[in-house]
Design a protein around this ligand. Structure first.
Ligand SMILES: Cc1ncc(COP(=O)(O)O)c(C=O)c1O
Length: 440
C-alpha cells in the first residue's frame, strides 16, 4: 500500500491476528480458508481484478463473497454513490432514497409488499425468524441443514459445530430438515404440531430440486400455518433479476436478499407480505415487534448503490450474462476434467451463476489437502481462487479463457499429485480447514 513502507506493511500483517480475532471480519476470508501462498490482504480492485499487498494483480474469483456482482469500482454505481455522498449519508429522519428504493423493490419483486433494510444478511434472516415467531406465536424454527449458512446469530450457528456461547435451551429451538427430503420436514411438522413458526431455506445451492420438492414444502408449510421464508442472499439478483423464486415459481411469505444487490456496498433486505411485515410497524393494534432498528441500516450511499446496481442489471441484462459466462466455465472445466481423466475426483457442481468445485480423494472422500493444493497452484498462476466461481458482470469471455488456461496447467500438476500417496509434500503451508469446527 502506498501509505505504508515495506517494513510497516510487514509489521502490520504480523499483528493482524492480535488485532482482529480470526484476522478478518468474515471467517471465510480467514487464513485457514486459503493456502499459505494466498495474498494476505487486498489493496484495490478494478472490474474482475484485484491488486493485493504482495504487489500482484489477480483475476478475482472471490468478488467480496459474491457481493460485488457488477465488478470492482463499477463506474455507474460509484458515480451514484459519489453524488449521494455529497448530499449526506445519515439523518435523523428517513432519507428520501429509503422510500425510493423501497418503492422500486416492491414494484420489481412479486410478493414483496414491504421491505426493511439492514447492513448484513444475518440481520435480515434473523429478523425474518423473529417476525415469524411473533406472527405465529410459535417458538420453533425449521432450517434446511443441507445448506451451509443463514446467519451468525444463535438460532442458526447453534445448529453447527460452533455452538460455544449459545445455551442448549436456545439450540433446541431450531429444528433441521434436509434438502430434497420432503419426509424430513413432514416429520418435523408431525413431531411439533402447531409449534413451528417458520421454515427457512435457500431455493437452491448445489443441486436441482427433485420431485417438485420446493413447491411441495411451500404447500406443506402453509398448510401448517407456518411462515415460508426463502433466503435469496446468493440466488437473488443473480439467478434472475427477480430471483430463483421466479424460476421455481415460489411464493414465499418472507424473503431475504443481500449479496449482489448493491455491488458490494453494504445492504441487505427483508421483504414479504404486508400482513406479516407490518407487525414491525407502528400502525396496528397488536403487540409490537421490534423488527430491525439500526443506526446504519438505511445509510444513503448503500441505497444509492442498490438503485444504480438494479438500473444497470435491468439495462444490461446482467443475469443473462451470469448464465452465459457460467456455462462457458462449466463446459470448459468439464472438458479439462475429461482431458486429465479426473472424473469423480474433481467436480464442478451448482448452477452456472454460482458454480463450486469439489475435490475428492481416490476413496471418494472430500479432501481439504487436495483442495488446498489445487488452490495453491491457481493462486501461484494469478487467480485469487477459493474453489468457486462467483461471477460478476465484469467477468467476460476473456476472463474465462484466462481461467481455463490456468486450470489446464493446474490440472496437469494435480494429476501428478494424485499419483503420489504423499500429498502433503506438495503443500506449501497448512491445509485449509472447515469453517464450522469446534476447535481451531
Ligand atoms: C444463504 C446466505 N444467507 C445469509 C448469509 C449471511 O449474510 P451476511 O454475511 O451478509 O450476514 C449468507 C452469507 O454468506 C448466505 O450465503
Amino acid at each position: 500500500m502506498s501509505v505504508l513502507n515495506k517494513n510497516q506493511l510487514s509489521a502490520l500483517l504480523k499483528r493482524r491476528h492480535d488485532l482482529i480475532p480470526g484476522g478478518a471480519h468474515t471467517y471465510s476470508k480467514g487464513d485457514d480458508q486459503f493456502p499459505s501462498n494466498a495474498p494476505k490482504a487486498a489493496v484495490k480492485g478494478r472490474g474482475a481484478y484485484v491488486w493485493c499487498e504482495d504487489g500482484k494483480k489477480y483475476l478475482d474469483w472471490c468478488m467480496g463473497l459474491r457481493s460485488v456482482s457488477l465488478g470492482h469500482v463499477y463506474p455507474a454505481v460509484n458515480k451514484a454513490v459519489k453524488v449521494q455522498m455529497d448530499q449526506g449519508t445519515n439523518f435523523g429522519r428517513p432519507h428520501l432514497t429509503e422510500f425510493l428504493l423501497a418503492d422500486r423493490i416492491t414494484k420489481l419483486l412479486p410478493g414483496v409488499e414491504m421491505v426493511k433494510f439492514a447492513k448484513n444478511g444475518s440481520t435480515v434472516t434473523t429478523a425474518a425468524t423473529k417476525l415469524a415467531r411473533a406472527y405465529t406465536g410459535r417458538k420453533y424454527i425449521a432450517v434446511c441443514k443441507s445448506q451451509p449458512f443463514f446467519s451468525y446469530d444463535d438460532w442458526f450457528i447453534g445448529t453447527t459445530d460452533c455452538g460455544a456461547g449459545i445455551p442448549a435451551e436456545i439450540k433446541k429451538l431450531t429444528l433441521t430438515f434436509e434438502y430434497n427430503n420432503y419426509a424430513s420436514l413432514e416429520t418435523l411438522f408431525k413431531e411439533y404440531p402447531d409449534q413451528i413458526a417458520c421454515v427457512i431455506l435457500e431455493p437452491v445451492t448445489m443441486v436441482e430440486p427433485k420431485d417438485n420438492f420446493l413447491k411441495k414444502i411451500e404447500i406443506l408449510t402453509k398448510k401448517n400455518k407456518a411462515v415460508f421464508i426463502i433466503d435469496e442472499m446468493i440466488t437473488g439478483f443473480r439467478f434472475d433479476l427477480l430471483g430463483a423464486v421466479k424460476i421455481y415459481d415460489l411464493k414465499p411469505d418472507l424473503v431475504t436478499y443481500g449479496k449482489g444487490i448493491a455491488n458490494g456496498y453494504s445492504l441487505a433486505v427483508l421483504g414479504g407480505k404486508k400482513e406479516i411485515m407490518e407487525r414491525g410497524g407502528i400502525q396496528h393494534n397488536k403487540e409490537r415487534v421490534f423488527l430491525i432498528s439500526t443506526t446504519h441500516g438505511a445509510e444513503t450511499t448503500a441505497i444509492a448503490a442498490a438503485l444504480a446496481t438494479i438500473d444497470e442489471m435491468q439495462k444490461k441484462k446482467v443475469q443473462e450474462h451470469f448464465w452465459k459466462i457460467g456455462d462457458q466455465i462449466k463446459t470448459g472445466m468439464e472438458k479439462l476434467i475429461k482431458k486429465y481423466d479426473l472424473t469423480g475426483l474433481i467436480e464442478v457442481v451448482g448452477f452456472a451463476p454460482n458454480l463450486f468445485m469439489n475435490f475428492r480423494d481416490t476413496d471418494g472422500a472430500i479432501s481439504f489437502v487436495l483442495k488446498t493444493i489445487f488452490l495453491q497452484e491457481t493462486i501461484k498462476r494469478g487467480l485469487l481462487f477459493q474453489g468457486a466461481f462467483p461471477l460478476s458482470y465484469s467477468h467476460k469471455s476473456a476472463e474465462v479463457v484466462k481461467t481455463l488456461k490456468v486450470m489446464d496447467e493446474v490440472m496437469a500438476v494435480y494429476k501428478k499429485v494424485l499419483a503420489d500417496k504423499n500429498r502433503n509434500k506438495y503443500l506449501v503451508g497448512e491445509a485449509i480447514k472447515p469453517v464450522f469446527r469446534k476447535f481451531n
